[in-house]
Design a protein around this ligand. Structure first.
Ligand code: HEC
Length: 188
């Protein structure tokens, strides 16, 4: 009897939960995603007007700065991660992120569109529920100048990257692949 009495409550909790996740996802997209096209536009513009070496700070300083500004505004943690980092100190994924990135590669291989790959879920972190969101960052034309096949990188740029990033694994990408992801961690 008790089991039947509890059933509606359990079902209701499930519905509310799913609704919460959808709302959290929408709200996270709204606050985090606009940074991505901004960085792409800034990168295209800087490469075109000042050249590739001068464009390094867009990925190195401007992208983290824009994410930091959004983090400060929202109180959420935001960063970029990758399975093949240029800067491992900043971009190394944790276990949850690494799992999603591996899954993104599988989903992309199965034909899903890279630019809309995302996951948002409530997970327990140190005993507390938090909302985690991750969104794939695709490789566009301009990205190839610094993340494309290593034999196609301009010599001056290559030595500049080598000097700054001794553990660089962020070469060898093709257009349309997954360069990494934007990841968001929100307390609930
Ligand atoms: C002018 C060279 C250059 C171009 C062009 C460039 N990047 Fe980068 N990228 C870098 C550098 C340098 C870093 C390391 C940043 C750091 O020190 O945190 C980096 C790091 C990243 C990271 C963080 C993970 C990691 O590998 O450390 C992502 C994600 C990324 N780039 C995506 C892109 C995308 C997407 C594009 C195209 C829109 C792009 N980059 C174009 C130079 C470039």
């Amino acid at each position: 009897m008790l089991r039947f009495a509890l059933l509606p409550i359990v079902l209701l909790a499930g519905v509310v939960h799913a609704h919460d996740v959808d709302a959290l996802k929408l709200d996270t997209r709204k606050n985090a995603l606009p940074v991505l096209p901004k960085v792409v536009a800034m990168m295209q513009d800087t490469v075109a007007t000042r050249g590739v070496v001068e464009a390094i700070p867009v990925c190195k300083d401007q992208a983290p700065k824009l994410l930091k500004e959004q983090s400060d505004k929202t109180g959420w943690k935001m960063s970029r991660v990758s399975l093949k980092t240029r800067n491992p100190e900043r971009g190394t994924p944790d276990v949850w992120e690494a799992r999603q990135l591996a899954d993104f590669n599988i989903r992309a291989a199965a034909g899903e569109k890279v630019e809309s790959l995302e996951v948002g879920e409530i997970v327990m972190d140190a005993g507390k529920p938090v909302f985690r969101y991750i969104r794939a960052i695709p490789v566009g034309d301009v990205c190839l100048k610094c993340h494309g096949p290593s034999d196609r990188i301009e010599a001056g740029l290559k030595s500049e990257l080598a000097r700054n990033y001794p553990h660089d694994r962020a070469f060898g990408y093709e257009k349309g692949q997954i360069r990494g992801a934007l990841t968001v961690w929100r307390p609930l």
